[in-house]
Design a protein. Structure first.
Length: 147
C-alpha cells in the first residue's frame, strides 16, 4: 500500500501501532522486573494487583478485572500459585469457584514491583512529551471503553 489514493500503510494502522506499543511495554516491563530480580510477566503483575485490590476474588473475576481470557487465566493463576505468590481455595459459598489470596511472598513481590512499574510508565511512551502522554492515555482509555 502507498500513501496515495487514501490507502493507509499498515505501519500507520491502529492495530499495528497498538501491537508495537504492547511489544515495547512488555519488553520494558520484563527488562526492569528482571533487573530487580523479579520473575513476573505483565499479566501476572496485573493478576496480583487485582487479587490484592479485591480480597476473596475468584479466578473468573480476576480474568474480568484484568480483561484477560477466562479460558487461559487458569494458567496464569497456576504459575502464580507455583511461585508461592497466591493461594487458591474452593469457595465456601460456590463450590465451582476458586477464591484467591496473596501470600506474604506475593505481597512482598507486589510491593517491590509497584514502584518499578510506575517508574517505567513514561518510558513506554518515550517519544511523547508529558502532555502528549497524558493525552494519549486519555484517548487510549476512551478507545478501550468503546467511546
Amino acid at each position: 500500500m502507498s500513501d496515495s489514493g487514501g490507502d493507509l500503510p499498515f505501519h500507520q494502522m491502529a492495530g499495528h501501532l497498538i501491537r508495537r506499543l504492547h511489544q515495547i511495554s512488555t519488553q520494558t516491563f520484563q527488562m526492569r522486573a528482571k533487573a530487580a530480580g523479579i520473575d513476573l510477566t505483565p499479566v501476572q503483575f496485573a493478576a496480583l494487583e487485582a487479587i490484592a485490590a479485591n480480597p476473596g476474588v475468584d479466578q473468573a473475576s480476576v480474568a474480568a478485572l484484568i480483561a484477560y481470557d477466562r479460558a487461559t487465566i487458569g494458567g496464569v493463576i497456576d504459575r502464580l500459585q507455583q511461585k508461592g505468590l497466591i493461594t487458591r481455595k474452593v469457595s465456601e459459598t460456590d463450590r465451582r469457584a476458586r477464591v484467591l489470596a496473596l501470600t506474604k511472598p506475593g505481597q512482598d513481590q507486589l510491593q517491590a514491583l509497584r514502584p518499578i512499574v510506575e517508574a517505567l510508565q513514561p518510558d513506554i511512551l518515550g517519544g511523547l512529551s508529558a502532555g502528549e502522554q497524558r493525552q494519549f492515555l486519555a484517548l487510549a482509555h476512551k478507545a478501550a471503553k468503546g467511546g
